[in-house]
Ligand binder design. Sequence first.
Ligand SMILES: [Zn+2]
Length: 313
Amino acid sequence: MNKSIVQAIQKQTPIEGREQCDSCSEDSFQYLFSKASARGKEYGIYQCISCGLVQTLPRPTDAELEECYGAHYFENRTDRGYDNYFSQAMRKQLEKVWTMNLKDIGFFEFEASCDAESRRSLDVGCAAGYFVDYMRNRGWHSEGIELSEAAAKAGIEQLGLNIHIQDFLQFQPSEPYDVITLWASIEHLRSPSAALKKISTMLRPGGRLILSTCRWGFLSRMQGPAWRFLNVPEHLFYFSLSTLESLAGRHGLRAGKHITYGSGFTAYNGMGPFYRWTKTMADKTVKFLNQGDMMVYSFEKSNIHSLSGLKAH
Ligand SMILES: [Zn+2]
């Protein structure tokens, strides 16, 4: 028996019957391991026995999460948030990653099939709106929605973007969207199921949900608590390709193209040539083998599940 399983048995907290899986609503979980937050509180990482979705339990309270998401969340964070999100260098890097991701999942072909005059996009959890701006620059009627007032105001005031500052689940759009994006957001949501249900009703039939999230798979299972994306308590859910596909499928979102990438080697300023070479080779290998610990997925809205009252265009 390996060390992590022994630790798991020693530290397991009773969770049966107290929490429900957000995806399938069952209440039986297998304990995987624990991890302490930056403030020293232990959280359990559990896997739903019924659908396999990995989640942080017991779920952190609102107060615990608020401590993580202050005005400084987008600054001075390293592996746990954004390393100075507002810098130009970071913005360029994000744009490069988005272009690569969108190309890999066939978004530009989809874009070409949309009505160039009326195509509408919404970025959920858009922060200062760089992706909203990216889509506006590509000729989209581009909107974002963000809970953090400080981040959203930067986008509204400095870039003149259309950003709604409110809880996404309360948002009432007047028209359906052609594309809705969730960049590294779904793992932070209290209820990914509620969010995907709502997204499904907000997309036109044939519209796309594009999302990125860290990916539960070979690398995460191998590294356990040391996995680079195991951020407790901010990350509430860890999706695998199949648990994400099942959740989306429950809400009328059909799996399209996806990619996985990222080998666990994080880029940093001043990395040496050997580290850089190793990182490049490892990144290429996991992408080729579809074993990356990040994923980008494109889902297509099927013809059912429309929100009444939204006019089609
Ligand atoms: Zn489940």
